[in-house]
Design a protein around this ligand. Structure first.
Ligand code: SF4
Length: 349
């Protein structure tokens, strides 16, 4: 028996005894359900994803329903999950599957990876779990297990390490039971070989794990060489009309919070007067700086200074933006940027 099959046999035996088999996306398995769960699980934990997944399936039970929905409705279901490009890509992808493939997912890994937001690992998971196609995966969990088991040096973001890992993942994926193996590897990484406290004592791979033999398995995968994140600043104008509604503008599709709704932005609190004058044709007497806070994106920190402005009369014209007067007591189904949601809740309190 080869060392590869010893590896997969150990992982499968562990999965049959201890793996999770009752997650919502493991029931009524379809390419659609696997795909949505895989996208939601990127950068997000299972416990957080479960209620989002269930609401999403109620709102959009299949790819055709998702394709027919408005982007606002999709992003509304995504509000709070973060990394909104995932939600936008999901929607765009559903529209392509609906138009080009008659509502059926293409049945091979290469065609799947051509769809927006589906990388090689997600394509592998969809193919293996829902289509019976043997295909390797290499998500964050699997990368962690493999880099530790083989004590692989170097940051997995580099092409060399990445290629080596794909080759190993390919070699290890068994011909039979590849669907269970795929689920097992995700599970083992998520529940045993965790980021900071791997449970090596009860791990089926322990006898041959080279990372464990180094005495410090958590050094794998090696981290990305550090780069300081730049600090940026913005002022969010929480402009409240006398009827309690607040002005929101839709963000451009590209850039942070793409397609979501947010407060108007200026550089300095002093710029607010000119903004309100030029966009709403009004002046105001009441404005209050609320406590500032920091929001971190993957590539920079944003210091947010909220400025609460109370208008004395209703505004009519807003200018060229896609705008909406949002009623916090009777909220519309819009995708809101996370800090905007928090600020609206703080204002209500
Ligand atoms: S023995 Fe520890 S480090 Fe190695 S794969 Fe298992 S949990 Fe991860």
């Amino acid at each position: 028996m080869s060392s590869n099959s010893l590896f997969s046999d150990a992982v499968l035996a562990w999965y049959h005894q201890h793996g999770r088999k009752h997650l919502p996306w493991q029931q009524n398995i379809t390419p659609y359900r696997v795909w949505v769960s895989e996208i939601m699980l990127q950068q997000t934990q299972v416990s957080t994803v479960i209620p989002y997944f269930e609401r999403f399936m109620q709102g959009f039970p299949d790819v055709t329903a998702l394709a027919a929905a408005s982007q606002d409705d999709v992003l509304h279901h995504w509000t709070g999950l973060g990394y909104y490009a995932r939600g936008r890509n999901l929607h765009a992808c559903a529209q392509i599957i609906s138009a080009k493939y008659d509502g059926e997912f293409p049945q091979n890994v290469d065609a799947l990876t051509e769809l927006p937001g589906i990388g090689r690992s997600t394509a592998g998971a969809i193919a293996s779990i829902s289509m019976g196609i043997r295909a390797p995966i290499l998500d964050g969990n699997v990368k962690r297990v493999l880099t530790r088991f083989y004590a692989i040096e170097g940051w997995p973001g580099t092409t060399t390490v990445q290629n080596a890992l794909w080759q190993i993942a390919e070699d290890l994926t068994p011909v039979h039971s590849h669907r269970e193996y795929t689920q097992a590897m995700m599970d083992l990484g998520a529940t045993l070989c965790t980021r900071s406290k791997p449970a090596c004592g009860i791990c089926p791979l322990q006898p041959d794990c080279a990372g464990l033999k180094t005495g410090k398995p958590t050094q794998f995968p090696n981290s990305k060489p550090k780069k300081e994140k730049p600090e940026k600043h913005t002022v969010l104008l929480m402009i409240e009309a006398p009827d309690g509604t607040l002005l929101l503008l839709q963000r451009p599709q590209q850039g942070i919070w793409g397609g979501l709704w947010s407060f108007p932005e200026v550089k300095q609190p002093d710029d607010a007067i000119a903004w309100v004058k030029s966009h709403l044709g009004l002046e105001y007497k009441q404005a209050e700086l609320l406590p500032s806070f920091r929001h971190t994106f993957s590539h920079y920190h944003l210091h947010i200074q909220p400025l609460h402005i109370q208008l004395e009369q209703l505004a009519t014209a807003v200018g060229e933006h896609n705008d909406h007067w949002y009623n916090p007591d009777n909220p519309s189904a819009l995708g809101l940027a996370a800090p905007v949601k928090e600020l609206l809740q703080a204002l209500r309190r």
